[in-house]
Design a protein around this ligand. Structure first.
Ligand code: FDA
Length: 395
């Protein structure tokens, strides 16, 4: 049976953060928009984000807080549609929000309000939204021709907005990457970002008793450093500082962890040897570190003696470890646990102003599918809003 063909001005594949923003923007400009979603709901990752409260942007959005093969690519989009534009939209919908920490803006209530807002704006733009779509073929005879389980759709513009590879359990696939490749665009190497590190069970510094211990630290890799919390888990290391550095980490590299940021560890231990000579090393460490970590460090680095009887050279070696613990993660927890995908559709093949392919007229890519990855803290949604808006203005 021949399927009927329906014409639109633009077809967007993927009703996540970027696809919804692109759809509502184009729709409100009077474009006839078709938004195709594989699952049965829009914005699934928005709903689970920020512990259900969606960290929808960050007050401190700046291009150097994004990882990309071309660090300048994100500048234009972030300037054209800023965090203030999105905050304005949120305020117009009377969604209450607050700053949690480090400029991170969260809904006071449920992330559902953000999805409802985006859907309401899509409705204002008369966007046609189809769920449960399985795309069987995309071709470009002249404009684009998309065949799905429910029909054949054509449009002069096609937007790839199916996100990255993180959380395959939620249905993440490399759909946009594969399609971009088919149209001749390059795709950079992809790897999990904002992801915990695993540790070998017998790795020095790891001890099952530490699971759940959390403390502020400075974690660095190469010339990048983050001062936030780290968390010992049953499998390795997590916490915001670890997630942040993971986006810069490459297989085989080591990370350095300063467990006592802002404290001169050598000076502190020497001073305590003088002022608390009868105290155990564990008790002294517990003054500045969580008790369980103090115990594990004392067991691993100090003799079972009073401070007065611990040689200076032993205390100095411990101080060095406290200020620059070197850890070489064997691997990350992978895409199953990664909040984002680092890498993606190569920015060299896209216009930074419109997100359109330089070679294939009418083909656009936005959001996490593109090789632009933000820091933890609302940066990735802002990239989705900004890149989605730019494409929505251009299609
Ligand atoms: P996104 O993944 O949101 O949407 C892609 C859409 O395409 C999905 O609806 C998917 O079903 C659909 N799709 C996939 N394949 C398809 C196909 N073949 N056909 C049709 N549709 C298809 N960021 C942030 O800034 N603040 C935060 O608080 C969080 N929190 C957070 C928590 C967790 C657990 C995760 C996993 C991630 C975050 N993030 C985040 C990251 C953020 O969710 C992510 O960067 C954006 O959702 C990316 O938006 P996109 O629209 O590009 O992809």
């Amino acid at each position: 049976m021949r399927q009927s063909t329906t014409d639109f001005d633009v077809i967007i594949i993927g009703a996540g953060a970027a696809g919804l923003m692109c759809a509502l923007t184009a729709g409100q400009r009077g474009r006839r928009v078709l938004l195709l979603e594989r699952t049965d709901k829009a914005g699934a990752k928005i709903l689970i984000s920020g512990g259900g409260r969606c960290n929808f942007t960050n007050l401190g959005i700046a291009p150097d807080r994004f990882v990309s093969g071309n660090p300048h690519f994100c500048v234009s989009a972030l300037r054209r549609y800023t965090q203030w534009d999105f905050i304005d939209l949120v305020a117009r919908h009377r969604i209450a929000y607050h700053e949690k920490t480090l400029g991170q803006l969260f809904c006071d209530g449920s992330a559902r309000a953000i999805v409802a807002m985006l859907l309401e704006e899509c409705e204002r733009g008369e966007v046609t939204l189809r769920f449960g779509q399985s795309i069987s073929s995309v071709s470009k005879p002249d404009g684009f021709r998309v065949e799905t389980s429910s029909g054949v759709f054509t449009a002069p513009a096609l937007v790839l907005a199916t996100g990255g590879l993180s959380i395959p359990k939620m249905g993440a696939t490399g759909f946009s990457h594969d399609l971009a490749r088919r149209f001749g665009l390059r795709v950079t190497e992809t790897r999990p970002g904002l992801v915990p590190f695993k540790a070998k069970a017998d790795a020095p510094g790891f001890d099952a008793s530490l699971a759940g211990v959390s403390l502020e630290a400075i974690v660095s890799c190469g010339d990048r450093a983050f001062r936030e919390a780290i968390l010992f888990t049953h499998r390795g290391l997590s916490g915001p500082a670890i997630l942040q550095i993971s986006s810069y980490w490459r297989q085989g590299a080591s990370i350095a962890i300063d467990l006592l940021p802002g404290l001169d560890a050598a000076g502190f231990l020497k001073e305590r040897k003088r002022t608390r000579p009868r105290a155990s090393g564990r008790a002294v460490l517990a003054e500045v570190l969580p008790a369980r970590l103090a115990q594990a460090l004392a067991d691993a680095h100090l003799p079972p003696a009073e401070m007065a009887n611990i040689p200076d050279r032993v205390l100095m070696a411990l101080a060095e470890h406290l200020k620059g613990w070197r850890f070489t993660p064997p691997e990350t927890e992978g895409f199953a646990k990664a909040e984002v995908t680092v890498g993606g559709i190569d920015t060299r093949d896209l216009s930074s102003k419109t997100m359109e392919s330089r070679e294939v007229k009418g083909l656009y890519a936005i959001g996490e599918a593109v090789d632009v990855t933000g820091w933890l803290g609302g940066y990735n949604f802002q990239w989705a809003w900004s890149s989605g808006w730019c494409a929505g203005q251009a299609v």
